[in-house]
Ligand binder design. Structure first.
Ligand code: TRP
Length: 333
């Protein structure tokens, strides 16, 4: 790989990739590929911290890969791989478990939330999840980790673990920075617009899956919760306006028009027309991605070649770091 800064990120292949994931993350990754060496993984090891249906997990992992590519992430220019295909992740994770304190892990908000939501399955993997995530990042001597705000605490603990390890053994790990690309739109739930659009929402009307039927997408937007004021105006921080703010944000992100120009374009118009236009714009944004996805996901050989090549490249880089770690801690290598 050329001498560019390294970006690492990943998505769990559980749940559905939403319009929020696309506009907030994946779309921006496409712009990063020129400037950085980007490594993106399908985080299947992480996803089994909550119970998964095996057939579905397998399908969703491959769908996610096909979707990345359909969204414009070039598999030649970037490394795309399945986390479990690179043995280094689980191995480094074990070592770093021994350099992470129970107290640190107990403070993680995601752990607290997930233990509440899956009270019947508070397993050790859920608890050590951040250590595996730190391993993902540190194996590649990553400079930048594009993530959402909810993952920033995990980046912090990753830095703490890396600094602790480096403090004992010298410079083994690059200390990564989390970053939230400015361009990313924050897309909210269509049903409870003060909440983030989530792929695991129980109510499927609350989110748009990138793999939803195009008619369903239009319907979901048309039935998005708004308010009774009837004025298309963007009022940041005004909760009563959260639904309209969200639709304006979405329209702006998919068309590239500014918020101001949208507001002036729709001044005096009704919510019905506005929603119909948002629905159409979103459908037109997703249509070519879907067409590409349908083509790619049928080509099993193409996908297999990509993830095998990705696993080979990722493993080659990661093994260098893992070997250094093994040497430092005193394993016979
Ligand atoms: N925890 C991340 C999420 O749920 C996914 C993830 C796992 C990740 N390992 C990572 C993201 C490493 C960035 C870097 O969104």
């Amino acid at each position: 790989m050329e001498n560019k800064k390294i970006i690492f990120s990943g998505v769990q292949p559980s749940g559905n990739v939403t319009l929020g994931n696309y506009l907030g993350a994946i779309k921006n990754w496409v712009d990063l590929q020129e400037e950085y060496n980007c490594i993106y993984a399908m985080m299947d090891l992480h996803s089994i911290t909550v119970r998964q249906n095996p057939q579905e997990l397998k399908k969703k992992t491959l769908d996610l890969l096909a979707l990345y590519i359909a969204c414009g992430i070039d598999p030649e220019q970037n490394i795309l791989f399945v986390q479990s295909h690179n043995h280094c992740h689980a191995e480094l994770s074990w070592v770093l478990n021994c350099y992470t304190y129970m107290g640190e892990l107990q403070r993680m908000t995601q752990f607290k939330d997930k233990s509440k939501n899956h009270a019947d399955n508070i397993n050790a993997g859920l608890f050590t999840y951040p250590v595996l995530m730190a391993s993902d990042i540190l194996l590649y001597q990553t400079d930048l980790v594009p993530v959402g705000k909810d993952q920033m605490q995990h980046i912090e603990i990753c830095r703490d673990i890396a600094e602790r390890f480096n403090g004992i053994y010298g410079d083994v790990f690059k200390i990564p920075e989390g970053f939230m690309p400015k361009a990313g739109a924050k897309v909210m739930s269509l049903q409870e617009p003060t909440k983030k659009m989530s792929k695991s929402d129980e109510n499927p009307k609350a989110y748009i899956s990138m793999l939803d039927d195009l008619n369903v997408i239009a319907k979901k937007i048309k039935s998005a919760v708004t308010d009774s004021e009837g004025i298309i105006e963007y009022r940041e921080g005004d909760e009563t306006k959260a639904g309209i703010n969200n639709l304006i944000t979405i329209l702006s992100a998919v068309t590239g028009k500014s918020i101001e120009s949208i507001v002036s374009e729709y001044s005096g118009k009704g919510y019905g027309d506005f929603k119909a236009d948002v629905a159409e714009a979103v459908v037109e944004c997703i249509r070519p991605i879907r067409a590409e996805f349908d083509k790619i996901s049928q080509d099993k050989k193409y996908l297999t070649d990509i993830y095998e090549d990705g696993a080979m490249k990722a493993t080659r880089i990661a093994e260098r770091t893992l070997k250094k770690v093994y040497k430092k801690v005193g394993f016979v290598v």
